[in-house]
Design a protein around this ligand. Structure first.
Ligand code: NAD
Length: 302
């Protein structure tokens, strides 16, 4: 794969789950700066070769320092919690939208390419499956609306100012260093229950579907977006096939031959039933091909 080399790169949220894996991929051949307030990220996940600025996105001086002379901004930092966005929508908006807008201004001033960590949450409850990038956006939480707004700002910054922006709409990302969360937390929970030989608990009937995409594939998508893709566009990033939560639970039980059984508890309010993207646009325009299978990667996580 073609990777950015000899470039000056900023990864916001580079101490977090996805951001730290991206830094790992970029740091050998590029000059990498990480801006992260360490609210959920960890200092020890940041490769020593990267320069860590441990500061908040709202700290103008730190951001000025971080963006100085950069060729690429990979914007991963965010309030990632739907719950927090419901409890504190103004604060969440300030982090997820206002701070992104200010970073886009920096990208404009620095003539940097801006690769944004958008989300499947922009679609809300899909009207049809598989979800296409042009499908209706009906976010069901402040978080989803914030991701949608920032994703739209990316499009507009290209349209109005010519900034090279790419929005990557991640589906359910999983892998090492992931700790719970609404996206793929269920994998952690099932593995943990299976390890303890406890019952695997499913909310509702378990017929909900999700597309779990491994973090290595998401890193690849980001690297591809540095050199490929159409500026101003958004791309679904998943595997293009989904699994029911019931089948995921069974897969965990069968793979690890635990004595756990699968039980059902109350459905969660607002849980989206079906989620599966079409990734044809990313395949066509980014050259993106997911390579990691859930079966083999579950074993690695175990
Ligand atoms: P994460 O919480 O592990 O990473 C976010 C990082 O941003 C953390 O290191 C945190 O310390 C940092 N951060 C948060 N607020 C900050 C602030 N105000 N200033 C500076 N740093 C701040 O989450 P993640 O799962 O790695 O998510 C990365 C990005 O991908 C997010 O933008 C998220 O919305 C998006 N996303 C993730 C998934 C997924 O499945 N994990 C799916 C769709 C979209």
């Amino acid at each position: 794969m073609e990777m950015p080399t000899d470039q000056s790169v900023l990864v916001t949220g580079g101490a977090g789950f996805i951001g730290s894996h991206l830094v790992d991929a970029l740091v050998a051949d590029n000059d990498v700066v990480v801006l992260d307030n360490l609210s959920s990220g960890r200092r020890e996940w940041v490769d020593d070769r990267a320069t860590l600025i441990a500061a908040d996105l709202h700290n103008a001086q730190a951001v000025d320092q971080a963006v100085d002379g950069v060729d690429y901004i990979f914007h991963e930092a965010a309030n990632v919690s739907v719950e927090h966005s419901v409890d504190a929508p103004v604060e969440s908006h300030e982090t997820n939208v206002d701070a992104t807008l200010r970073l886009l201004e920096h990208a404009r001033n620095e003539d940097a390419r801006f690769i944004y960590a958008s989300s499947a949450a922009v679609y809300g409850t899909p009207e049809s499956i598989p979800i296409d990038e042009s499908d209706p956006k009906q976010p069901t939480s402040p978080y989803g609306l914030e991701k949608h707004s920032a994703d739209e700002y990316c499009r507009l910054y290209h349209e109005i100012y010519g900034v090279e922006t790419i929005a990557l709409r991640y589906f359910n990302v999983y892998g090492p260093r992931q700790r719970g969360g609404q996206y793929s937390g269920v994998i952690d929970i099932f593995l943990d229950q299976a390890r303890r030989e406890e019952d695997l608990t499913i909310h509702g009937d378990g017929k909900q579907t999700r597309d779990f995409v491994h973090v290595d594939d998401v890193v690849t998508a980001n690297c591809l977006a540095a050199t490929h893709g159409v500026p101003g566009e958004a791309y679904n990033i998943g595997t293009g096939s989904s699994i029911t939560i019931k089948d995921l639970a069974q897969l965990v039980v069968d793979t690890f031959e635990t004595n756990s059984s699968v039980t059902h508890i109350d459905a969660r309010d607002g849980d989206i039933e079906q989620s599966c993207p079409s990734i044809r646009k990313a395949q066509r325009e980014l050259g993106f091909e997911p390579t990691q299978s859930l079966n083999s990667k579950l074993e690695a996580l175990w």
